[in-house]
Design a protein around this ligand. Structure first.
Ligand SMILES: Nc1ncnc2c1ncn2[C@@H]1O[C@H](COP(=O)(O)OP(=O)(O)O)[C@@H](O)[C@H]1O
Ligand SMILES: Cc1ncsc1CCOP(=O)(O)O
Ligand SMILES: [Mg+2]
Length: 268
């Protein structure tokens, strides 16, 4: 864990290129902006090379792609590899939709991803583990989440974040588990997408240590949500979403350190 990465992120204000889905694009842009990164979104393959070159990291969200956008996604992923930019993929709903799973599998062969961030249903699909994913949500299953995340990381040769009540972060061998968070995240569509792009922002300032970038991003994001939830007397999804943006902007490394609850290793 390296909370100083949050300070570096705010000092460096890295450009993060996002291919977003149309549902959560604004959450992602504002979440990145609030925490101290500089978001840019694009839907045009003709500008992909210029945008990748100027970016500190690239986040590809597979939430609602069309055939046309697939060309852009594939090209942007390849360019990120070519220009050695950290590449993050969010494989939205690949556990629930066979078509998405097929496409994601192909894409992950077309370029080498550095970090994959998904919920249990999505990461189980990558690891070929049976799971009852439900739409964009994690769904239900009884597999060992740490073993599933490790299997996915080993298969894709990258860092994997399996997010949920506990976030599991692994490079296939090493494991960190973060217990911070709030169930209110699940009441706001876009929480996961925001996290994936914030992971990209941390990766941009991590000098290639993607395992540390991934766990620090997860801890900061989950802590921000937890601090907001602690101030709410009722479940208020709208208020939570607005205040999450505020908190991403205001949260300090000291505040995160004060509430951080995580374990290093496989046992919680
Ligand atoms: N029940 C929960 N308790 C605490 N934190 C949660 C819970 N569910 C999700 N989170 C947090 O919500 C954020 C988004 O993760 P997740 O809900 O798994 O993504 P997605 O929206 O893609 O399904 C993460 O920071 C995760 O830690
Ligand atoms: C509802 C929906 N449909 C396609 S993408 C998307 C948003 C998914 O957002 P998240 O995974 O962050 O909840
Ligand atoms: Mg998601």
């Amino acid at each position: 864990m390296q909370l100083s990465l949050l300070t570096q992120l705010r000092q460096q204000n890295p450009v993060v290129l996002n291919i977003s889905n149309f549902v959560t694009v604004q959450d992602v842009a504002n979440g990145l902006n609030a925490i101290g990164a500089s978001p840019i979104m694009s839907e045009e393959v003709a500008e992909a090379e210029a945008l990748v070159q100027m970016s500190g990291a690239v986040a590809l969200n597979l939430g609602a792609f069309t055939q046309q956008q697939l060309t852009q996604i594939r090209q942007t992923g390849k360019l990120a590899n070519q220009y050695h930019k950290p590449l993050i993929v969010d494989p939205v709903a690949i556990g629930a939709v066979a078509y998405r799973r097929t496409i994601a599998t192909q894409l992950l062969q077309d370029f080498q991803v550095d970090i994959i961030r998904g919920n249990a249903g999505e990461i189980a699909a990558l690891a070929d583990v049976t799971w009852q994913a439900k739409g964009i949500d994690a769904g239900a299953g009884d597999g060992d989440l740490v073993a599933i995340a490790q299997a996915a990381a080993q298969k894709q040769h990258c860092v994997v974040i399996l997010s949920g009540p506990t976030d599991v972060i692994t490079d296939g061998q090493r494991v960190v588990q973060i217990q911070n968070g709030t169930p209110l995240f699940q009441l706001h569509v876009g929480s996961g997408d925001m996290l994936s792009s914030i992971v990209a922002a941390f990766a941009a300032v991590s000098a290639g240590d993607y395992f540390t970038a991934a766990q620090t991003a997860c801890l900061v994001f989950a802590s921000a949500g937890e601090r907001v939830a602690a101030q709410l007397s009722q479940e208020r999804p709208g208020t939570f979403a607005a205040q999450l943006i505020d908190e991403l902007h205001l949260i300090t490394t000291e505040a995160v350190a004060q509430i951080a609850r995580y374990t290093v290793g496989k046992d919680e």
